[in-house]
Write a protein of this length. Structure first.
Lengths: 827, 467
């Protein structure tokens, strides 16, 4: 392969045709000058046709360069950003060097695209660590030595945050620092991988992909009280070491596995995280098809790294996915209906059965007492008549619209004769009738019948008797009810194109003959011959450790995506992952035991020009923590954290006025009390239209579409959040209390500051760090001494043995530590 | 790349290039950052407007009762329309054979231009000569959430950045103390919620910052109880000193950005309360907006705040008022919403003009769609309303870059369909960007393998609207 040295631009890295020239041509030129279109009769996908606009050996005389530089004629490309100086420099250097062609005969001929080719198994010398082997080889080719290993205290904090999402406790820190035996680091890795917090830490990026939320989205944004069961499934699967192939199959098609268990059905909750629009008057079929499209697009993005969703309205512009092929993927999901199932938690079933007979008796009596059996059949008739005669009675149209919006599967229930309805179907219809009867008989008459009171009593009855927890799942429709699937012309569900059968894109290995179920799709995704799944998955895991993937477009492994910085390493990791039986923890272990991972993250000024984005991995990266881990760290070091694993979502305190921004104040944010206020960030109730502010301030995704990576922004709102949010003020108070209680009563300020550093940053203060903090303490104590009322507001409890001014100043100091860049950064 | 990192690298490179040794002088870097003007980027071409005030009328205000007089509706009142006229309608609640509902509003010409406005909008009408009224706008979404998504992000698909975020991304901020994109809300929440000011796949620094109308103006803005300004400064100084030390130890210039954002936070703490201090406004000004008087007060405060923010360089102020979703009791609800918003909006236009700010401020009035000429009647004992109508509705622009005193487009005699000069919401978006000196086809961001823009694959600048 040709390598050139580019001296013109900002980069002094060696460059080659494949990584520097071809990507520019492919991504910026070929959509108008490629196989499909040749604007101005020009084609730039082969050397031969490029000769129309380049003179090998003479960049300055090449029309291509004039156009991209904007000299004479129209600047190319005409839309989007102009080419960067580095890109232009690469083109020039390549032309000046004779325009050597190292690519396929035609660029953009996608069968040759790197990620579509089978994973290659590159040999690693015996005894060498695969990660270090490839990273060091690349560094050596650039004459760069890797960075030294980070300090032990940095390593344990980094590893602890990476594997559990929590900073190390002082005892964990002390034990690790004291362990001078060989294998100390590996033992730490194993103990952290075995921690139940591992599942919490690694569930979060998966939940980003799954667009997990606790509410419907759209205008009404109703809560989803059972959504958490899916989150729980993810946490448990990760903690139990479920292999990734099983993890995949159960989420995509757990309901179709032979004798599928409740847990395997709960896994299909992955698909239930699509949004639900209950806005009045929406067309249910429109939003059903939107959800199916989202499922097809999301599965493509999450497992295959393909932007197949781009082919909803037209053939994919860049990748070999036709619109028809998108709807073939869609067809796998078109016959899966949304179903909530009883998914009892351990210990729920006995009490439920014990109370059931009495519950039924009391419910029936209540319904009798208020005359429901006399009125409901007539109402049902009216609803069915309205359905058959839209527009005839406006009030009944509204009543029918409401049944459809608020009662899932309402048509199915209405069409089942009462005697054949399941108890669940009958109860849900009756509950809806009681609540919505007023739409037909007027609010006044409804009130006269005392239905509001009946509603309250029915709800109270439900609370009084133990129920069963439910879960959101999908389930395949019976064969007799299968709907045919079609291409939607221009993406419009009303405009049917040709009929399609379930199928996978033709450029990838085929499905086994005769198979077309969702389960077959799931198994195809994790078949060892699929070139994408393992690469895409290891890349995303890598990204959590290093801040960017080996492929920096984790959402796009197609022709528009970036190429891997270390292709052999990516393949080695993918192969290792597959060969290990898709062992997730083994993959984590492999990465974190590498010397590459353990490098210091300190900047290397000598490389700042050559490799500004640290693509060569000549050091680790300093990375701001994700939103949830910032909260978790503050709660953890202050001792407030309630570390229970799993369970329902919680609503910690948030300022007045946040929930009120939702549609007509429909969102009720009932703060949790007690320990649940102090649960980890991933358990915070995610209300799609008005998410918890701290999460959004620190770049948590909006849960509307699969999020393959998070931004790491830096804004003044983040500063205000950490400085002034009562949650963080409370953490500062608790941290200060802890400091003063855990140090000797006569400890010096310096000794206490040292302890504070151990707790918050897992390291001792550097000499230069003590004086500013001592001065801060002194000055703040002065201020509080002169204003005791302020001190009491800032830190209400009186701490025995300390003046109020002094203890309040320590709260200030704790707050300073919780606001440090280092505190919210993994170094 | 991070701005400060880039500048750090430039500087350290220069330093080494001229033979200097050792690390960059931190104080120098930070001083440069603190005194630098806010990060403002040049537009694509010279701009007419520097700021936008987007008066978002949530829920779908009725164009035929406010801006587009349709006397012919009288002829049809109480009758259904022929099926040929209603076959392409996307109706939400009413059925195609619903009966036509004439408007009870009285329209009269205003200004030199003689544009007709409803009797419910006297104050807006008084600015007729500044207003470019579009009577031929259309959208594709006929439910609120998707409609708002299209209006603000150019797509009904999720995850796209909204117009304010695009403007912040394209032009940066012109204020040292305030964010580039601010959201003011009064009335009830909107269907779109925070989606209406989301930054989508752009960095979250471009997301709209909500100035709240109750409690603290910005979330977590005030110091916690007991922490005086001096104590806060002390705390910030300590944070800064330790961050500087860490930056020296690690060489990570991203820490400079963190330091910078804490300083900006402090300046916001200082500046934001001042925005809300109306004591320097004349009693006449306050009275003209309707401050301190019901029912105008909350909206008037937001309109006045919008002017004050524009004066301080906020690029994009979105002012949401909900809701105009009048399925029932149209006349009563229209009257109420107009009583709340008309006077403050009229005063805002006049005030901006008198201060010479209207030339550089683009004011936009729009909802996500209009309403049907067909009446909606749920119960006979109730006054009728109208259904959602995206096929043809009205919006207006005034100020920077816009030629006022004109009407663009024409609807048919019922206000049902567009008769002349179709204007898509993408065209409105393209025009807003154009006034700011931004070419909507060039303001792009690469995401998931392709370049995205606000106007998706459509949008044409409405040339006739431009001054």
């Amino acid at each position: 392969m040709w390598r050139l040295f580019i001296l013109h631009g900002a980069s002094l890295l060696a460059a080659d045709f494949t990584t520097q020239v071809a990507p520019v041509l492919t991504s910026r030129c070929l959509s108008c000058h490629g196989a499909k279109t040749q604007m101005a009769g020009l084609r730039l996908d082969s050397r031969e046709t490029l000769l129309q606009v380049i003179q090998p050996g003479a960049a300055a005389a090449s029309k291509l360069i004039a156009r991209v530089e904007g000299h004479g004629g129209k600047t190319m490309p005409p839309v989007g950003e102009r080419l960067s100086p580095a890109q232009i420099a690469a083109l020039k250097a390549w032309i000046d060097n004779g325009a050597p062609w190292a690519g396929p005969a035609r660029l953009g001929a996608t069968a040759d695209h790197w990620s579509f080719r089978p994973v290659e198994r590159h040999p690693v010398p015996p005894g060498a660590h695969p990660v270090d082997h490839f990273v060091h080889a690349r560094l050596a080719s650039e004459n760069i030595a890797p960075a030294p290993e980070a300090a032990k205290s940095t390593l344990i904090r980094r590893l602890s945050l990476d594997l559990t999402g929590l900073p190390p406790s002082p005892s964990q820190l002390a034990a690790f620092l004291a362990d001078q035996q060989p294998g100390a680091y590996e033992r730490l890795v194993d103990s952290l991988l075995a921690s139940p917090h591992f599942g919490e830490r690694w569930a979060r990026p998966w939940l980003d992909l799954a667009r997990y939320a606790d509410s419907d989205g759209y205008e009404k944004d109703y809560v989803r009280p059972h959504a958490w069961r899916y989150r729980q499934w993810v946490i448990d699967a990760l903690n139990n070491g479920m292999p990734f192939d099983r993890f995949t199959v159960e989420q995509i098609a757990g309901d179709l596995l032979p004798q599928s268990t409740v847990d395997q059905k709960v896994a299909t909750g992955f698909h239930r995280n699509t949004l639900t629009n209950r806005e009045g008057g929406v067309n249910l079929e429109q939003f059903r098809t939107e959800a199916i499209k989202d499922r097809a697009a999301t599965v493509s993005t999450v497992w295959l790294g393909l932007t197949a969703g781009c082919a909803q309205c037209h053939d994919h512009k860049y990748d070999p996915i036709s619109q028809k092929e998108f709807y073939q993927l869609y067809a796998f999901f078109d016959n899966a209906d949304e179903r909530n199932i009883d998914a009892p938690l351990p210990g729920e079933f006995g009490p439920y059965l014990a109370g059931l007979a009495e519950y039924r008796r009391q419910r029936t009596a209540l319904l009798q007492q208020y005359g429901v059996p006399d009125r409901q059949p007539g109402w049902e008739d009216q609803i069915r008549e309205a359905r058959a005669n839209p527009g005839k009675w406006t009030d009944r149209d509204h009543a029918y619209d409401a049944v459809q919006k608020y009662l899932d599967h309402s048509d199915e229930i209405l069409d089942t004769p009462p005697a054949r309805r399941t108890e669940k179907q009958a109860d849900s219809l009756t509950d809806h009738f009681v609540i919505n009867y007023h739409r037909i008989i007027s609010k006044e008459r409804w009130a006269e019948l005392q239905f509001p009171e009946l509603r309250r009593k029915l709800e109270a009855l439900k609370r009084d008797f133990p129920g069963l927890t439910e879960a959101q799942t999908i389930a395949e429709r019976p064969a007799a009810l299968r709907r045919p699937s079609f291409v939607h012309l221009r993406g419009d569900y009303r405009k049917r194109g040709s009929a399609v059968q379930p199928g996978t894109p033709a450029f990838l290995p085929p499905l086994p003959p005769g198979e077309s179920s969702r389960l077959a799709l799931a198994r195809w995704i994790v078949s060892p011959s699929n070139p994408l799944t393992a690469r895409v998955t290891v890349n995303r895991i890598w990204q959590e450790y290093f801040g960017s993937g080996l492929v920096r477009t984790p959402e796009d492994f197609g022709t528009q995506g970036e190429r891997p910085t270390h292709p052999e390493l990516l393949d080695a990791l993918a192969a290792h992952f597959i060969d290990s039986g898709w062992n997730v923890k083994a993959l984590h272990r492999l990465i974190v035991t590498s010397a590459t991972y353990r490098q210091s993250s300190h900047a290397r000024p000598e490389l700042a020009q050559r490799d500004p984005d640290n693509r060569l991995l000549a050091r680790q990266n300093r990375l701001r923590l994700p939103a949830e881990l910032i909260r978790d760290s503050a709660l953890s070091v202050s001792g407030l954290l309630y570390p229970a694993i799993g369970g329902k979502s919680v609503r910690p305190p948030q300022p007045q006025g946040v929930a009120e921004l939702a549609y007509s104040g429909s969102v009720k944010w009932n703060e949790n009390t007690g320990q649940d206020r102090y649960r980890r960030g991933l358990y915070i109730f995610f209300q799609r239209t008005v998410p918890y502010p701290q999460l959004m301030n620190f770049d948590a995704p909006d849960a509307n579409t699969a999020a393959c990576k998070r931004e790491r922004s830096n804004t003044p709102l983040q500063a205000l959040n950490l400085l002034n949010d009562p949650v963080f003020v409370e953490a500062a108070r608790a941290l200060a209390t802890r400091l003063l209680r855990e140090t000797a009563p006569d400890a010096s300020p310096a000794a206490r500051i040292r302890h504070a550093f151990t707790l918050a940053l897992a390291r001792p203060p550097a000499p230069g760090e003590l004086p500013p903090l001592e001065q801060y303490l002194h000055a703040q104590t002065e201020i509080f001494s002169q204003d005791p009322a302020a001190a009491a507001q800032w830190f209400p409890p009186a701490l025995a043995g300390f003046s109020r001014a002094e203890s309040a100043a320590w709260v200030g100091l704790a707050s300073v530590l919780l606001n440090l860049d280092e505190f919210i950064t993994k170094e | 790349m991070d701005q400060s990192l880039a500048s750090y690298q430039r500087r350290s490179f220069l330093r080494r290039a001229i033979g200097g040794v050792g690390a960059l002088s931190l104080g120098e870097l930070l001083a440069a950052q603190d005194s630098a003007p806010a990060t403002s980027h040049p537009p694509h071409f010279p701009a007419k407007a520097k700021n936008v005030i987007f008066l978002f009328q949530e829920g779908g205000p009725s164009h035929i009762d406010l801006y587009d007089p349709k006397p012919a509706l009288r002829k049809w009142h109480g009758q259904p329309l022929p099926a040929s006229m209603t076959k392409d309608l996307n109706l939400v609640f009413v059925k195609p054979d619903a009966k036509v509902l004439a408007s009870d509003r009285v329209f009269t010409p205003h200004g030199q231009c003689g544009t007709e406005f409803s009797d419910y909008l006297p104050h807006i009408a008084a600015n007729a000569d500044q207003i470019c009224l579009i009577r031929s706008l259309y959208s594709e979404a006929f439910n609120h959430h998707p409609g708002q998504s299209l209006l603000f992000s150019g797509s009904t698909q999720f995850g796209r950045p909204t117009i304010g975020a695009w403007v912040s991304y394209g032009l940066g901020t012109a204020s040292r103390d305030l964010p580039a994109f601010v959201v003011l809300s009064s009335g009830r929440g909107t269907s779109g919620g925070s989606m209406n000011w989301a930054s989508g796949f752009l960095p979250s620094s471009h997301q709209g910052v909500v100035f709240r109308n109750g409690g603290d103006p910005i979330l977590y803005l005030p110091n916690p109880a007991g922490l005086s300004r001096d104590s806060q400064r002390l705390r910030l100084n300590a944070i800064r000193q330790l961050n500087e030390t860490r930056m020296e130890a690690t060489g990570d210039a991203a820490i400079a950005s963190r330091i910078h954002s804490y300083e900006l936070a402090f300046r916001m703490q200082m500046a934001a309360p001042g925005l809300l201090d109306f004591s320097k406004e004349s009693p006449q000004t306050l009275a003209s907006y309707g401050v301190g008087k019901e029912p105008t007060h909350p909206y008037a405060v937001n309109c006045l705040l919008a002017r004050r923010m524009v004066e301080q360089g906020v690029r994009f102020v979105m002012l949401a008022h909900a809701s105009w979703d009048d399925h029932q009791e149209l006349n009563k609800k229209l009257k109420k919403n107009c009583a709340i918003t008309d006077q403050p909006i009229g005063a805002l236009l006049t005030d901006l003009r008198q201060r010479g700010l209207l030339d550089s401020t683009l004011v936009v009035w729009a909802g996500e769609f209009g309403r049907t000429p067909l009446g909606q009647l749920e119960r006979t004992d109730e006054d009728p309303g109208r259904d959602h109508h995206p096929n043809c509705f009205s919006a207006w622009m005034a100020g920077g870059g816009i030629k006022g005193g004109q009407v663009i487009g024409k609807s048919d005699e019922l206000g049902l369909n567009i008769a002349e000069n179709r204007v898509h919401v993408h065209d409105l978006q393209a025009t807003i960007l154009h006034c700011l000196g931004l070419d909507h086809t060039r303001l792009t961001h690469r995401h998931a393998g392709r370049d995205f823009r606000l106007t998706d694959v459509g949008g044409q600048v409405i040339r006739q609207a431009l001054a």
